[in-house]
Design a protein around this ligand. Structure first.
Ligand SMILES: Nc1ncnc2c1ncn2[C@@H]1O[C@H](COP(=O)(O)OP(=O)(O)O)[C@@H](O)[C@H]1O
Ligand SMILES: [Mg+2]
Length: 392
């Protein structure tokens, strides 16, 4: 029997549409001789759907029609070890089971998908899933936590300060001091979004208020970061888990503005309606940087992946300055288009990539089964027999 792989995408995130593109690319790449892929789409209003209609990107232009043709579904544990996809509105006489699911493949960028929440849900269901676990997803998504972990291990990152959004209203002077401490020009970012949403470049104290007001409208935590001028942006993908990692070729990302914007990333083909996700970003592969810088980027990408205990495929993004310094900017634990285009040069096509990711998920599941999560003894029953413990 083929392994049933549910590819789950969409979701409540500013990167909803990008997720649909990435997910359908992955869905189409899955090897049909080994796996049976099933699409699960989460609408912006949090409803879950399945059906063939979801596999054609054209159908997303008319969502009302799409929802009519798809089935509303839920995931349920039928008995231990068996997870089923069921129709939500089933009749009294039908169980409404559409299919069993062996492993789930999340391709949801950003909030609720990449931040550990969805991963936590799969943990509770006992459903093996592709990619980072709860803790590594959460640490990767929160730029403050990620920087704290990296800084603690001496990984080079740019100087930064951070604060809770609520502090802005009560301690404006202190926060303005934080920006002075970092030193202008600075970049102001919400701590846990993606796709450049809510990010501003700030050259002086006068511009700070507006940038912070924007950032706090998106997040409870805000980062003020030293801006790298004459920036070269380089990304590198890493695949593997805690035991073994491999880094890809490096890409150099070309932006049309100083901050690589949402439009740069996803709408390069904009006017022609050509939506190809991260593939369409203006980029040079391999990055036109020195051999030394390439080696440094690859090494730091692997170190970052391991430190955050990532698994599956991630993309680690770097900021390089003209002095040859290399700083880790961020990790994307569910990168756009799963960074498949960075693996071609190493001889791994998208089909092999999705295969490896599914196999890594199944490997983690096997490893988990050997770990004890509970103790069979019922302490209460011991107590009633007079053998109990006294509190501790
Ligand atoms: N410290 C920095 N110096 C200069 N440019 C930066 C800096 N941080 C971010 N940028 C620019 O802003 C873009 C988005 O920032 P990033 O931290 O990658 O956030 P996101 O998670 O939204 O992708 C980067 O791709 C880069 O162009
Ligand atoms: Mg980024």
């Amino acid at each position: 029997m083929k392994t049933k792989v549910a590819v789950i995408f969409g979701g409540v995130s500013v990167e909803h549409e990008v997720s649909v593109i990435s997910a359908l690319q992955a869905f189409n790449a899955i090897d049909r001789s080994k796996y049976d892929p099933v699409p699960i789409y989460i609408s912006k209003t949090k409803e879950w759907y399945t059906g063939d209609v979801l596999t054609d990107i054209e159908n997303y232009k008319d969502l009302d029609q799409l929802f009519k043709q798809a089935d509303r579904v839920v995931l349920e544990q039928e008995r231990e070890g068996t997870i089923v996809l069921k129709k939500k509105d089933r009749s009294l006489f039908s169980k409404g089971v559409i299919t069993t699911i062996d492993v789930i493949f999340p391709v949801i960028h950003g909030t609720n998908g990449e931040d550990g929440s969805l991963q936590g849900y799969f943990e509770l269901l006992g459903l093996p899933y592709v990619g980072c676990d709860v803790a590594s997803s959460a640490a990767g998504m929160d730029k403050v936590m990620m920087k704290q972990i990296l800084r603690d291990s001496g990984v080079p990152i740019v100087d930064y300060e951070w604060f809770y959004s609520t502090q802005w209203h009560e301690q404006q002077d202190e926060i303005k001091q934080l920006a002075e401490k970092v030193g202008y020009p600075v970049i102001v970012k919400p701590a846990n979004l993606g796709s450049s949403v809510g990010i501003s470049k700030v050259s002086n104290a006068e511009e700070l208020d507006e940038a912070i007001d924007l950032a706090i409208s998106y997040s409870f935590k805000v980062i003020i970061e030293k801006m790298v001028t004459d920036l070269t942006e380089v990304n590198c993908s890493v695949i593997g888990d805690y035991e073994e990692v491999e880094s890809s070729v490096c890409e150099q990302v070309l932006s049309t503005d100083e901050i690589l914007s949402y439009a740069d990333k996803y709408q390069s083909g904009g006017k022609t309606g050509d939506t190809k996700g991260m593939e369409s970003v203006n980029r040079i592969i391999p990055a036109e940087i020195s051999e030394e810088a390439t080696a440094k980027v690859k090494e730091l990408a692997e170190v970052t992946f391991r430190l955050l205990n990532a698994s599956g495929v991630s993309r680690i993004d770097f900021l390089l300055n003209p002095e040859g310094e290399v700083f880790v900017n961020e990790i994307n634990t569910i990168p756009g288009s799963l960074s498949f285009y960075l693996w071609g040069p190493s001889g791994k096509d998208f089909e092999q990539l999705t295969d490896q990711l599914i196999q890594l998920a199944l490997k983690r599941e096997r490893e988990r089964q050997s770990i004890q999560f509970s103790i069979d003894t019922n302490l209460f029953s011991l107590q009633s027999k007079g053998q109990g413990t006294k509190g501790k």
